[in-house]
Design a protein around this ligand. Structure first.
Ligand code: NAP
Ligand code: HSE
Length: 423
């Protein structure tokens, strides 16, 4: 079996997540891909820094050691910033190594040269994690929606500002406190000005727009306004008027040309994007064939971003090695319906007498069905009683229902509907 050798440039929030996934999922990845993925070298700035669970022998501060190693197949850049990242990636491509990066600033500023060089060298250059953290929007736009003419890409693509606006809006927390929380969670850029002032979202919009419209956007022409001037009082007035504030990134192709802009925007509180809170991102795409689509997930943070980086590593490995067409490699047990767990709505027609509720509740309890709520709709003979249960196996629910059906006070069990999530 071939071993696919990886070097990481950077072992911070994202790099550590990538290391963890590859170490913890080693056997699974090997089975899925048909080749082994091994991290051979990791470039850091400060080798003396304490790194949990990463063997010190993998660390180096010398990029030359990595780029000159002929066994390294792919270089994964998760350092951030444009320099020295740009020079390192150039050297990696010149040394015939595939590249994966999470660096949107680098792509926005130097994407053209680097992607052209990769094409000239016949190498892969992937950047799924550069936009919307764990949400697979780059591959979706490039490949899954490749047959469409895209007319619009719009959404919330900065996790830090969305987290801050949510905290300010829901808890009245001030912007500085909310930013410190976002930094502590590993969401913010090394220089959080990039998040707060909208530059991070603009870099990402450039990447999405360029792919969507097949035409490289110019960062200087993307109108960019961040959330610095937003105060809790604006959010409160907006709320009273029925609006929620979001930092939106919008790119549209119009007959006159492409418009691309990032700015705080009030949207109706019942709009689907208004419900996207905390670190979550959502991207709305409109294509001529597919129609409207929404992508949603965690837009920043260690493991979601590492998931996207690893998906690129897997793609590079699959395109280089023994591609497995079938990804069903295990024989895992598939649960019978009786063993599945759900919450249930149960509507029962009963006699309108004292003690009836107690008898039915007793049957539920005897069969380990815990109740979330109960309502009686009016009075009369028969009268409907509606129960909503907590999570229970289908088998236990069925036993309870059989017991309830045999009670003298019950006319019929009229409907059982499964419930997902809390109302
Ligand atoms: P980070 O926590 O600041 O980590 C940066 C890492 O790079 C550190 O290990 C640092 O070494 C190393 N490094 C920086 N400059 C270096 C240099 N000149 N030479 C050698 N090593 C250097 O950053 P991060 O949050 O992981 O972000 C990394 C990249 O992913 C950025 O491009 C960011 O925009 C992108 N990204 C991040 C997220 C997120 O949620 N955090 C999401 C999507 C994309 P030391 O450890 O020795 O300091
Ligand atoms: N700082 C970025 C954000 C990380 O908050 O969205 C993900 O690119």
């Amino acid at each position: 079996m071939k071993t696919f050798n990886v070097a990481l440039l950077g072992l911070g929030t994202v790099g550590t997540g990538v290391y963890r996934i590859i170490a913890e999922h080693e056997a699974d990845l090997e089975n899925k891909i048909g080749s082994r993925i091994a991290i051979r070298k990791i470039l850091v700035r400060d080798i003396a820094k304490h790194r949990t669970r990463v063997p010190e022998s993998l660390l180096t501060t010398d990029f030359a050691e990595i780029v000159s190693d002929p066994s390294i197949d792919v270089i994964v850049e998760v350092m951030g910033g444009t320099h020295p990242a740009y020079d390192y990636i150039r050297q990696a491509l010149q040394a015939n190594k595939h590249v994966v990066t999470a660096n949107k600033e680098l792509l926005a500023k130097h994407g053209k040269e680097l992607l052209t060089l990769a094409d000239e060298q016949g190498l892969q250059f992937r950047f799924e994690a550069s936009v919307a953290g764990g949400v697979p929007i780059v591959k979706a736009l490039k490949e899954s929606l490749g047959a469409n003419r895209i007319s619009q890409v719009m959404g919330i693509i900065n996790g830090t500002t969305n987290y801050i606006l949510t905290r300010m809006s829901n808890e009245g927390v001030d912007i500085e406190t909310a930013l410190r929380e976002a930094q502590a969670q590993g969401y913010a850029e090394a220089d959080p000005t990039n998040d707060i002032d909208g530059f991070d979202a603009a870099y990402k919009l450039l990447i999405l727009g360029s792919i969507a419209f097949g035409s490289r956007l110019d960062i200087e022409k993307i109108y960019t306004e961040g959330i610095r001037k937003i105060t809790p009082i604006d959010l409160e007035y907006g709320r009273q008027l029925g609006y929620t504030l979001k930092l939106l990134a919008i790119a549209k192709e119009t007959p006159e040309g492409i418009e691309a802009r990032v700015h705080p925007t009030f949207i109706p509180s019942k709009h689907p994007l208004a419900a996207v809170s905390d670190v979550f991102n959502a991207i709305y795409v409109e294509g001529d064939a597919v129609g409207e689509l929404m992508f949603y997930g965690r837009g920043a943070g260690q493991m979601p971003t590492a998931s996207a980086v690893c998906s690129d590593i897997i793609d590079v490995a699959l395109n280089c090695g023994t591609r497995k067409v079938c990804s069903c490699i295990y024989e895992k047990k598939q649960l019978p319906m009786e063993q599945t767990v759900s919450r249930y709505y149960v509507r029962i027609s009963v006699k309108d007498n004292p003690g009836v509720l107690a008898k039915i509740s007793h049957e539920f309890g005897e069969n380990k069905v815990s109740l979330h709520s109960v309502i009686q709709l009016g009075r009369g003979e028969p009268v409907p009683l509606v129960f909503v249960t907590h999570e229970v196996t289908e088998a236990n629910l069925n036993q309870a229902i059989n017991g309830i059906k045999s009670l003298d006070c019950v006319y019929s069990v009229d409907n059982i509907i499964r419930v997902e999530g809390e109302a």
